[in-house]
Design a protein around this ligand. Structure first.
Ligand code: UTP
Ligand code: MG
Length: 499
C-alpha cells in the first residue's frame, strides 16, 4: 500500500520489530527522527536510558520543525505513548501534512530472538510489556484519526538492499530498458507526437552548441522519448533563467536537430503569433516536415511577454487582438498546407493562391498553447491539440478541451491533448533532495518539491501513467536542472510508462 509523500509517518512496534530497518530502507537518514539515535547524540549511546528525557525533548523539536515545513518526517520510537502521538498528529494537521501510522506487526518470538542477538538486549520483561503496549496501541489507532494505518508483517520489510521509495515499490525499470532497446524503426511507425516529449528550455552558455544539441538529441532517442520541443522566445524568460542566458532561435535550431535525429518529433512549444507572419511560420514548419520525413509539429500561442516584443521592435497588441491573430494564423497555416494552389476564402482569411512548396509530409499538427477559455475554444475548433499545465487546474482544462472538441463535431480521439510538466527527477531519494536544495532558490523546500513532483524516475513514471487515463496524449517534460545527456537518459522510465 502506498504511503503519501510528503507525510508524517509514525512508527509503532516493539524492540526488534524492524522499525528502523523499514525506515532506512525507504527514507533518507535526515527524514527519520529516532529516539535511539538522539540518545546517542545527547547521551552515551543508543540505549542510554538516562538520556531519554533530553532525547525526547530534541525529538519533539525536530518533529515540529520538519512537519512545520511540510517535510517528510518518520518518527522512529516505540510509538506507544498516546499523548505524544496526539501531539504529532495535531502538528501534521496544522501543517496540512498527511499523517500515517505504520505498525510493525512482527511476531513476539521474532522480536525476542532479534533482541537476544543484540549487544545490549532489552530485558525480557520490558520486551513483554512493549509487545502488550503495541497490541493495545494497534486497537486505538483507528479511532485516532490517522489518514492511514498500515500494518506490516516481516514480509513487508526488506532485510537489506537499496532503498525503496515511499509511494510504491517498483520491481525493476524493466519497461524502460525494453523501450530503450526497441529498434528505432518500430517507434517510427505511427507513434507521432504521442508519448513524452522533451522540452529544451536552457542552453549552455559555453562550449559548442551544436555538439550539445546532438548529444541531447541522441540521449532523447536512446531514452525512447517521442520528440524534442523548443521554446520560442527572444530573451530567456525569467521562469527559466536570466535574461543573458542563451536562447537560440528555435526554427533554425530545429533544422540542426533534424539533421541529427531519425525518430524524434520536432517542433516549438510555442511560437507566438506576434513574432512572425503566420505564412512565414507555415513555411518554416513545412520545411521542417520535409527535412524530417514528417516529424514536425508546430506549437502556437498568443504571446504573453511584452518585454521581448518591445526589445525586438515588435508590436504587442491587446490580448483580444492577439487571440484574433491566433485564429487568423492557424487558418492561414492550414490553408497554405492544404493540397494544390487554389485560392482560399475562409471565415477570417482570404488568399489569392496557396502556393507553398515543399509541402508538409503527412500530418503537421498545430498545438495551441494556453489555458484561457477562448484559447481552448480556438484549439478545439481550429487546431489539432491543446497544451496546458499538468497541474490539477490544467488537467481540468484537458477535460474541457476534449469536451469542446466533441462539441465542435470532431472526434476527440484524433486530437493531441498535451500538458507541460516540470518534473524534478533524481536517481534516488538522496539525489532528489540534493536537487531540491540546489534548485529551490528561495522557495521552501516542501513547496518546491511538491510543485515539481520531486521524485525518482519510476515515481514520475507512475504519475505520468495516470495522466494517460485522464485523456492526456502527450506530456511535454521540461525537467528542473536538465544539464546534459545523462539527465535525458534518466527519463527513460517516463517514456516507457507513457509511450
Ligand atoms: P530494527 O533495529 O529495525 O528494529 O531490527 P527496531 O524496531 O528499530 O528495534 P528498536 O526498537 O530500535 O530496538 C532489529 C533487528 O532485526 C533485524 C535488523 O537487522 C536488526 O538487527 N531485522 C529487521 C531483520 O533481520 N529482518 C527484518 O526484516 C527486519
Ligand atoms: Mg530502531
Amino acid at each position: 500500500m502506498p504511503v503519501p509523500d510528503p507525510a508524517l509517518v509514525v512508527l509503532v512496534g516493539a524492540s526488534g520489530s524492524g522499525k528502523s530497518t523499514w525506515a532506512s530502507s525507504r527514507y533518507r537518514a535526515a527524514e527519520v527522527v529516532s529516539s535511539d539515535a538522539l540518545r546517542e547524540v545527547v547521551g552515551s549511546g543508543e540505549h542510554d536510558l538516562d538520556a531519554s528525557a533530553d532525547a525526547f525533548a530534541l525529538l519533539e523539536s525536530v518533529v515540529s520543525a520538519r512537519v512545520g515545513r511540510r517535510l517528510t518526517t518518520v518518527v522512529d520510537t516505540l510509538g506507544t505513548d498516546p499523548a505524544r502521538r496526539r501531539r504529532w498528529l495535531t502538528a501534521a494537521r496544522d501543517a496540512g501534512l498527511p499523517a500515517v501510522a505504520v505498525v510493525l506487526d512482527t511476531p513476539a518470538r521474532v522480536c525476542r530472538s532479534r533482541n537476544a542477538a543484540r549487544d545490549r538486549p532489552v530485558p525480557a520483561r520490558v520486551l513483554t510489556s512493549q509487545l502488550a503496549a503495541v497490541a493495545t496501541t494497534t486497537d486505538l489507532l483507528d479511532a485516532e484519526g490517522w489518514d492511514a494505518v498500515l500494518v506490516l508483517t516481516p514480509d513487508d520489510v526488506p532485510a537489506a538492499g537499496p532503498r525503496n521509495t515511499p509511494s510504491s515499490r517498483h520491481p525493476a525499470p524493466a519497461a524502460a530498458d525494453a523501450t530503450a532497446q526497441l529498434p528505432g524503426v518500430l517507434r517510427e511507425e505511427g507513434a507521432g507526437l504521442r508519448g513524452v516529449v522533451l522540452q529544451l528550455s536552457r542552453f549552455p552558455a559555453e562550449g559548442d552548441l551544436l555538439t550539445w544539441l546532438r548529444d541531447m538529441a541522441g540521449a532523447a532517442e536512446e531514452a525512447g522519448l517521442a520528440g524534442i520541443a523548443l521554446m520560442d522566445h527572444l530573451i530567456q524568460i525569467p521562469q527559466v533563467g536570466r535574461a543573458w542566458d542563451p536562447i537560440p532561435e528555435p526554427w533554425v535550431t530545429l533544422g540542426a536537430l533534424a539533421a541529427s535525429t531519425t525518430r524524434l518529433q520536432l517542433g516549438t512549444l510555442v511560437t507566438p503569433v506576434t513574432f512572425r507572419a503566420p505564412g512565414i511560420t507555415a513555411k518554416a514548419a513545412a520545411t521542417l516536415s520535409a527535412l524530417t520525413g514528417g516529424r514536425a509539429f508546430v506549437g502556437v500561442g498568443a504571446g504573453w511577454w511584452e518585454r521581448e516584443h518591445t526589445a525586438y521592435g515588435l508590436g504587442f497588441p491587446s490580448a483580444r487582438a492577439r487571440l484574433d491573430a491566433l485564429e487568423h494564423g492557424i487558418e492561414t497555416m492550414k490553408a497554405l498546407w492544404s493540397p494544390g494552389t487554389k485560392p482560399y476564402a475562409g471565415r477570417r482569411v482570404s488568399l489569392p493562391e496557396t502556393t507553398s512548396y515543399p509541402r508538409p509530409v503527412g500530418d503537421l499538427p498545430v498545438i495551441v498553447g494556453g489555458g484561457g477559455d477562448r484559447t481552448l475554444r480556438i484549439a478545439a475548433r481550429l487546431g489539432d491539440g491543446c497544451n496546458v499545465p499538468s497541474d490539477d487546474a490544467g488537467l481540468a482544462k484537458v477535460a474541457r478541451y476534449l469536451a469542446l472538441v466533441a462539441q465542435a463535431g470532431r472526434d476527440p480521439s484524433t486530437v493531441h491533448a498535451t500538458v507541460l510538466d516540470l518534473p524534478l527527477v533524481g536517481r534516488d531519494r538522496d539525489d532528489v533532495w540534493s536537487r531540491v536544495e540546489r534548485h529551490r532558490g528561495r522557495a521552501p523546500a516542501a513547496t518546491f518539491a511538491a510543485r515539481h513532483h520531486a521524485g525518482t524516475a519510476s515515481e514520475h513514471a507512475d504519475r505520468l501513467a495516470a495522466l494517460a487515463g485522464l485523456g492526456v496524449t502527450t506530456v511535454f517534460v521540461a525537467p528542473v536542472g536538465l544539464d546534459g545527456p545523462d539527465d535525458v537518459l534518466a527519463l527513460a522510465p517516463l517514456a516507457g510508462a507513457f509511450g
